[in-house]
Design a protein. Structure first.
Length: 496
């Protein structure tokens, strides 16, 4: 015979709740072992919730926690009689046999609380699902968002007093101080850019904008490769413009430094096949997750992003590019927006909210309007914040706005000092909510759709004089580590 839901007791462990509360009043500093696990609402019994709340108040005010101080705190708040008086407090301490397994017992209470939350919310969703006026897509998004919050509740804090936040901030500062680069965020692989940004910061929305053919996708792929391959940072790339195969082909061009035309045609020289076989090893097992869903909606992105963070511990998300996204799941819902500008505003605001929810940086590419093309001169061709296409909200929502500018594209081959601009790209940090703005220069290798640090490129130029076949595209850094592989493969005519 099946028992009805109404006759079931919610998940609970009253005896364990009593034992934990008793231990907290007997063992000095015991609270700090469970403070990240338990919240007052974690307790099923209302009296136990009030007692733990009194313990939290004492801890926040750095006062001793014992039977007498907890009793006094409850009396001060007017809750002492509600929980059963001093006698009930003394009973709790008498039930403690050992404090050895305190954290384990606290985790049981936390798990029971999560089970009750799931029961509560699934009941709410069930009721809404019966309501025929509800939009089912919005209801699914609401359900997933709430379930994600419940799943993260035992490791995420809600509104808390400032002291633990200060401690967390100081810990991050000390960790950054121990790093040679002094970075507090994720490294992009471009040292000059990292100095300005201190690395990509968690919860930030970063917009990288440029006119067509400036190398937006190449820049993102170069960064994704640096982060995933060089620094072992799991990243995700949502491409609304290119297929996964096209992206991988461009990554192969980037990493192996073989022209895209040759990769497409397969017409590689023997030494290029060897170069491909050796360098492509960098991409195997790289934690780069790609999604080429066309016309991706912000609702789909939320679902996919949460799953990537939960299942693959993704630390950074790239979107190529923002203007190709939709704010609604279905075309017929677009009438909700008066204009495309309003829809883009909704998308940028949602991306910022998602970055904050997942506590990771989200880096979205964006198009610029044609205002740049109509301006003259070296300075006139440099992008400005006013050039962001379709919505001023993009600038407002973004924590950082960067522009990619290649003067060479506009036939500007020298700067004001007469220095060559061939192969140079400027990354203009035009807005930085939490830091400095400024310009940095990178080398752009158009044949390989690749951005590199200038110092790396100078080193490559220095070592390019090593004797090798004229049509080989090897560098000293590429060749020397590969010697053993060539010899093992039986290759005789090695380009070094």
């Amino acid at each position: 015979m099946q028992v009805s839901d109404a006759s079931r007791l919610p998940p609970q462990e009253r005896e364990i709740e009593e034992a934990v509360l008793g231990a907290l009043m007997l063992e000095k500093d015991a609270y700090f072992h469970v403070s990240e696990i338990l919240k007052p609402k974690s307790f099923y019994d209302k009296a136990h919730e009030l007692i733990y709340e009194a313990i939290v108040d004492l801890a926040v005010n750095q006062r001793p926690i014992d039977m007498l101080t907890v009793t006094e705190q409850l009396r001060r708040k007017g809750d002492l009689d509600t929980i059963g008086g001093p006698f009930y407090i003394s009973q709790l301490t008498e039930k403690v046999a050992s404090t050895t397994h305190l954290e384990y017992h606290a985790s049981i209470i936390a798990q029971k609380f999560l089970a009750r939350e799931l029961i509560r919310y699934t009941g709410t969703i069930q009721g809404k699902a019966y309501d025929e006026t509800m939009d089912i897509e919005e209801l699914m998004q609401e359900a997933e968002a709430e379930l994600f919050k419940i799943a993260q509740r035992n490791i995420k804090n809600e509104a808390i007093q400032i002291n633990p936040i200060i401690k967390e901030s100081m810990d991050l500062l000390q960790k950054a101080a121990t790093r040679k680069e002094g970075l507090s965020g994720l490294r992009s692989g471009f040292s000059a850019l990292d100095k300005i940004t201190s690395g990509w910061q968690n919860s930030d929305l970063v917009i990288i904008a440029a006119r067509p053919s400036m190398g937006k996708t190449a820049f993102v792929l170069s960064m994704a490769k640096n982060m995933a391959v060089n620094f072992d940072i799991p990243v995700a790339l949502f491409s609304l413009e290119m297929s996964n195969v096209q992206l991988v082909n461009r990554l192969i061009v980037n990493v192996c430094e073989i022209s895209g035309d040759k990769i497409k045609s397969g017409q590689l020289a023997p030494f290029e096949w060897e170069q491909l076989d050796y360098k492509i090893k960098e991409l195997y097992d790289a934690q780069i997750y790609m999604d080429d869903t066309p016309g991706l909606s912000i609702f789909e992105l939320r679902t996919k992003a949460r799953r990537l963070v939960r299942e693959h511990a993704v630390k950074c998300i790239f979107i190529d590019y923002l203007q190709l996204m939709n704010a609604t799941e279905h075309m017929q819902q677009k009438t909700r927006f008066g204009s495309r500008e309003q829809e883009v505003s909704t998308i940028s605001r949602s991306l910022k909210g998602l970055a904050k929810e997942l506590n990771i940086p989200i880096i979205a590419l964006s198009q610029l309007n044609r205002g740049v093309e109509n301006r003259q001169g070296i300075e006139g061709k440099r992008p400005q914040l006013a050039d962001l296409r379709e919505s001023g909200a993009i600038e407002q929502d973004a924590d950082m706005v960067c522009f990619i500018h290649r003067p060479e594209y506009y036939k500007i081959l020298e700067d004001e000092k007469g220095s060559s601009l061939l192969g140079l790209a400027e990354i203009i940090v035009a807005k930085h909510r939490n830091g400095a703005t400024g310009d940095i220069r990178l080398r752009f290798k158009s044949d390989y759709a690749k951005f590199t640090n200038l110092d790396e490129e100078l080193n490559r130029e220095f070592t390019s004089s090593i004797n090798r076949p004229e049509d080989a595209d090897y560098t000293y850094q590429q060749v020397i580590p590969a010697q053993e592989d060539f010899i093992a493969a039986g290759v005789q005519n090695m380009p070094f």
